[in-house]
Write a protein that binds this ligand. Structure first.
Ligand code: ADP
Ligand code: MG
Length: 514
């Protein structure tokens, strides 16, 4: 039937995320305050790492009004960093326009879509109707101080106030402050756990969090050494698709397919390009701008199936490295023993990834009736949905822990960090990683190697304990035997048993070395 009453309209990206805030981690006041802290902290960490500065992050959460009986209140959240700062001309959009950002690049960063920090601002605005305050400087002569809101229907920043202050001390960094609704009481343990795990995976950060009660939670840096910064990469042909290819064709200055391949893709030299174009059944002298729609599809499909490309370059990644991961684990959990393994770069669908694992024993690790698990992706702790994560599956189903002398009573913890341009999250919630076979295998091999080292340590430890008990028996009975023997022989002075005990102990250690 024609002339229906349906009304059509368009909604903006901000409006979309306003209506679907649950998919960005803002489904209720408890999760919202957790996500707010997390997103602001992650922006700060990215901003410091982008200029190679060890992060100093100050978080302040204060309660602004009395809580409702359900435990929901209004909180002022302030996060300050010593990062790159935001150039003045980008401040309004960086904080007031959804899907605007500086991280749409082929290198490892925490932020991806130009969404997270702004979701915190959007949620604050729809729950308290107050603007966000942004103070930032890139270290020049001015500090810019903005109060802004997001015009949700237009997806545009609405500047309430702007001042430029003089920056005589050349301060560099960013402060974001907002008033938001939240359920801090319910979120507190997750927020603190998040910070503790961030301190493990970013051991070169100094983080201070003052909670609504005024209690200061300090996470001091264990080192100021930072991992190698990632460099931006060209795309790998295997990760291409039709749309990606069309975009490159639109901007390319090359005039032949062979030049096109070597100029726009990583690790494609002339020989590889020639072989590939022959495989794709394409004329290498053809102008890429003259490809028909079907030929673009043909080229994209050939890229996905050709097996002669060199595997993706991992310099766009910034893994932590064995030393730093160990430093983070030692600082936060003070274990008796740690084994850390960084696997060689691997890849899936044209995207490189590196798996790093740690296995720790004793110290502050509580016995939990199994191996406890700490998961990280691109230096972000993952705290939710552990049961569905690939690392849980590997630990529960694929590693034979008894082989490594780990029993359910052993206080052991596993750490799994995946660094990748494309973390295979299973859902948009970004809380757990899918069991892609390539990733699963790397985690398994890493844990096995760490497991072997742990088992060497544990066998030695078990042996030493056995020896200690043996020695205790001698220590207890030798003096009595000596006294008894002295009496029996009707002698006055007892023989010196110290050399004897020493001898027993020495033999014990010699055995342990075997
Ligand atoms: P994303 O982090 O995914 O890009 P956000 O909405 O969290 O999206 O942030 C948008 C942009 O604002 C970032 O890409 C970055 O350029 C800038 N930005 C946000 N917070 C900071 C900060 N603390 N320091 C420097 N730049 C920041
Ligand atoms: Mg972000």
């Amino acid at each position: 039937m024609r002339g229906s009453q349906e009304a059509f309209e368009e909604i903006s990206p901000a409006d979309f995320f306003y209506r679907n805030r649950d998919i960005a981690g803002f489904q209720n006041p408890s999760r919202a305050i957790y996500s707010t802290v997390r997103e602001l902290v992650e922006n700060s960490l990215d901003a410091c790492e982008s200029i190679g500065v060890p992060p100093d992050i100050r978080i302040q959460i204060s309660e602004e009004n009395v809580q409702t009986p359900e435990g929901v209140g209004t909180y002022r959240i302030r996060v300050e960093d010593n990062g790159a700062g935001v150039p003045r001309e980008h401040i309004p959009q960086a904080f007031g326009q959804i899907l605007y950002g500086s991280k749409y690049r082929l290198k490892q960063l925490r932020g991806t879509f130009g969404l997270g920090g702004k979701m915190s601002i959007l949620y604050a605005e729809i729950t308290t109707n107050k603007p966000a305050k942004i103070v930032s400087s890139t270290g020049g002569s001015k500090i810019h101080d903005y109060e802004l809101m997001i015009d949700i229907q237009a997806n545009k920043p609405k500047i309430i106030r702007h001042r430029a202050l003089s920056n005589s001390k050349r301060w560099r960094g960013t402060i974001v402050e907002l008033m938001t609704q939240g359920d801090y009481a319910r979120a507190q343990s997750k927020i603190l756990e998040y910070l503790k795990q961030t301190a493990i995976v970013v051991p070169y950060a100094d983080i201070t969090c003052t909670d609504p009660e005024g209690v200061v939670h300090r996470f001091e840096r264990a080192t100021s050494t930072m991992p190698k910064l990632p460099t931006e990469a060209l795309p790998h042909p295997q990760g291409m698709n039709v749309e990606g290819l069309k975009r490159i064709i639109a901007v390319t200055k090359t005039t032949t397919l062979i030049d096109f391949m070597t100029a726009h893709f990583q690790r494609v030299g002339e020989t590889t390009a020639k072989r590939f174009l022959a495989y794709a059944n394409m004329n290498s002298r053809k102008n890429p701008k003259k490809l028909s729609a079907d030929e673009v599809v043909q080229l994209a499909n050939a890229m996905a199936t050709f097996d002669g490309f060199i595997s993706p370059d991992a310099s766009c990644l910034s893994p932590l490295g064995e030393k730093l991961l160990e430093a983070g684990i030692r600082k936060q959990l003070e274990p008796e023993f740690v084994a850390v393994v960084q696997r060689k770069p691997s890849s899936y669908s044209g995207f490189p990834f590196i798996v790093e694992v740690g296995l720790a024993y004793g110290g502050k690790i509580p016995p939990t009736g199994g191996v406890s698990l700490y998961r990280f992706a691109n230096k972000i702790p993952l705290l939710f949905d552990e049961a569905s994560d690939v690392s849980r599956k590997v630990i529960n189903e694929l590693v034979n822990w008894r082989q490594y002398k780990v029993t359910p009573e052993t206080p052991a913890a596993a750490f799994v960090h995946i660094a990748s341009l494309k973390i295979p999250y299973k859902t948009v919630g970004k809380e757990f990683i899918a069991d892609r076979p390539e990733v699963e295998r790397e985690i398994l091999f890493g844990l096995r190697e760490a497991g072997r080292r742990l088992s060497v340590y544990l066998s030695r430890r078990i042996h030493m304990e056995h020896e200690k008990r043996r020695l205790e028996v001698f220590e207890k009975y030798l003096p009595q035997i000596a006294a008894f023997a002295t009496k029996l022989a009707k002698k006055k002075t007892e023989p010196d048993i110290k050399p004897l005990l020493k001898d027993v102990a020495k033999h014990g250690y010699e055995d342990a070395e075997d």
